[in-house]
Design a binder for this molecule. Structure first.
Ligand code: S1T
Ligand code: MG
Length: 544
């Protein structure tokens, strides 16, 4: 019989984990020894647990499997909370494996180091931000608990929590047998599909809106094929930016309401049927809508449910629904009335001595993508994410809904650990939080390209409250620091310098490249300027 640590690692791999991110501590040292020596999954250690969570989250978003974050009891696990809360909000399946005291320590009568209120406070906290949990304290039940919790992570595409007491690492257990995934009830599925196809047939201006769940459940290609078969226009939400990056013929653009491309906004807001697939009804996706989502003209397939009008079909896995729709749908021709144009992204930056504006960064990146091919991207929150809306539709992992800073660079490291070379967009404020994790790239031979939007400012806060002096940040010269932690940093202030630095970074392999773009305080991307105007007018409407 295998030891519990081996059985768990094998089960993680069977359920789609591809790597482990973590930081050891005395409550997980024995487990980390097995992780390192068994080599069942590659292990990437970082410098601060928030980054461990962000990296695991982004890796899962990109490879479509499970992210894994292994941390010590108490101090390590509580450091991870914000990143896992963000993964929950963004429906990213991260498996938290947290160390814990052994059976005899629990009854020692001492207050244990790293313990908060009670020995079980850690479990109580993670119950709030995971969809399933287990404490692996009994070798007889542990394999079944692991199977149940890992299936929950896969089926719900949400984080889960496994508490691993440190005296259980070598406990002999049965191997973990994966549970079969739960399918939709075929009768209910048939009824649901007929109702959807009937609604599409009767619609005059239908549109498909997609969001993050279509990536989490691996159905992007099937949805692109369905959109082609039904000849329906398709747009992504703000959170869903970067989805269907290989289906340019299908994606018309990104819906941003009052802040977006007017033709895309009209496509969605004039539609008499909005088929929402994998969509999170968040404020960042719909707060700027001129016409709020209306159940009477909406079908929402998300969180294993399908809501049509005011009634709901439960236990409807998105993959089952898409397959059944494709099986029963007949090919339609595109009504000439439906616009088919695709958003045009800015290109052809003039490499001159002019100072750089945020939207120039998008144009320069589009030009670089034309020369070297599109790169997968990660972005932090801040104007860099709004600028990303002006970059061609390439794969993107960002905290578009949860909006937690610090995600961008660790997420880029997580994506790089999956074997891709990402382009990372991050503001100076967010870089101050987790940018230093780049110092871990050299150990693992990772070479992301990082673009720091250095406006020496918390600019997103300034646009809402310009009078506050606390938004003024100091100039930390991030490019200089990059050179001392294993990468190459360049500081650029003109458009010509930006274009040249991007080209050098694209050519440079084997170490990370950091381009510190100097931006004036008070200058934002065109997209953020429209967002702020939209939010302010929406707020005025609400206060009238
Ligand atoms: C962990 C964390 N702390 C605080 C915030 C609030 C916040 C923003 C959101 C609104 O909540 S945007 C922002 C400033 C970002 O500064 P920077 O990274 O330099 O980007 P830019 O200068 O482009 O704004 C803060 C502090 C946050 N989102 N996440
Ligand atoms: Mg800033």
């Amino acid at each position: 019989m295998p030891a519990l640590a081996h059985a768990l690692l094998a089960a993680l791999k069977d359920h789609g984990a591809r790597e482990i991110f973590g930081i050891p501590g005395d409550f997980v040292l024995p487990l980390f020894k097995v992780i390192e020596e068994s080599d069942i999954l590659p292990n990437v250690t970082l410098s601060h647990e928030p980054a461990v969570g962000f990296a695991a989250d982004a890796a899962a978003r990109y490879h479509g499997g499970l992210g894994v974050a292994v941390v010590t009891y108490g101090a390590g696990a509580f450091n991870l909370v914000n990143a896992i809360a963000g993964a929950y909000a963004e429906r990213s399946p991260v498996v938290v494996i947290a160390g814990a005291p052994g059976a005899r320590e629990r009854v020692s009568g001492f207050l244990l180091h790293h313990q908060a209120r009670t020995v079980d406070t850690q479990l109580a906290v993670f119950k709030e931000i995971t969809c399933d949990q287990a404490v692996l304290s009994d070798p007889v039940t542990a394999p079944a608990q692991i199977a149940r919790v890992l299936r929950s992570a896969r089926e719900m595409s949400l984080p889960v929590y496994l508490e691993f007491p440190r005296d259980m690492v070598d406990a002999e257990v049965e191997a973990v047998v994966p549970l079969p995934s739960r399918q939709a009830n075929q009768e209910a599925l048939g009824e649901c599909v007929e109702e959807i196809l009937g609604r599409i047939e009767r619609a005059v201006r239908p549109v498909i809106v997609v969001d993050v769940e279509i990536r989490r459940y691996g159905v992007e290609d099937r949805i692109a094929a369905l959109a082609r078969k039904l000849a329906l226009p398709l747009v992504t939400t703000f959170m869903g930016r970067g989805l269907l990056d290989k289906a340019d013929d299908v994606v018309a653009g990104t819906y941003l309401g009052a802040a977006g491309d007017p033709a895309i906004t009209q496509l969605v807001e004039d539609a008499d049927l909005v088929l929402m697939l994998g969509v999170i009804l968040s404020d960042t996706n719909f707060a700027l809508s001129n016409r709020a989502p209306d159940p009477r003209r909406m079908i929402l397939a998300a969180s294993r449910e399908v809501q049509i009008g005011h009634h709901v079909y439960r236990d409807m896995p998105l993959g089952d629904l898409i397959d059944a729709l494709d099986d029963r749908a007949t090919k339609r021709t595109a009504p000439t009335t439906l616009p088919r144009q695709r958003t045009a992204y800015p290109r052809g930056l003039v490499a001159d001595g002019q100072p750089i504006a945020p939207s120039d960064i998008a144009t320069a990146i589009n030009d670089m993508f034309d020369r070297h091919g599109r790169m997968p991207m990660t972005s932090d929150i801040g104007d860099c994410l709004f600028t990303a809306m002006e970059i061609d539709n390439t794969a993107l992992a960002a905290p578009g809904y949860y909006a937690g800073m610090g995600f961008g660079v660790p997420a880029g490291i997580g994506v790089a650990a999956t074997g891709l070379r990402p382009l990372v967009l991050v503001g100076d404020g967010a870089f101050q939080m987790t940018g230093w994790e780049l110092g871990n790239c050299r150990r693992y031979g990772l070479d992301p390209i990082v673009v720091v939007f250095n406006n020496c400012s918390w600019e997103m806060l300034r646009v809402f409250q310009p009078e506050s002096r606390f938004n003024n940040l100091d100039d930390w010269h991030y490019a200089d620091i990059a050179n001392s932690i294993g990468g190459t940093g360049e500081r650029v202030a003109t458009r010509a310098e930006l274009v040249a630095a991007l080209e050098r970074a694209a050519q440079r392999r084997g170490q990370f490249s950091l381009i510190e773009v100097m931006l004036p305080r008070g200058k934002t991307s065109d997209t953020l300027a429209r967002f702020v105007a939209g939010f302010k007018s929406a707020r005025e409407r609400m206060t009238k």
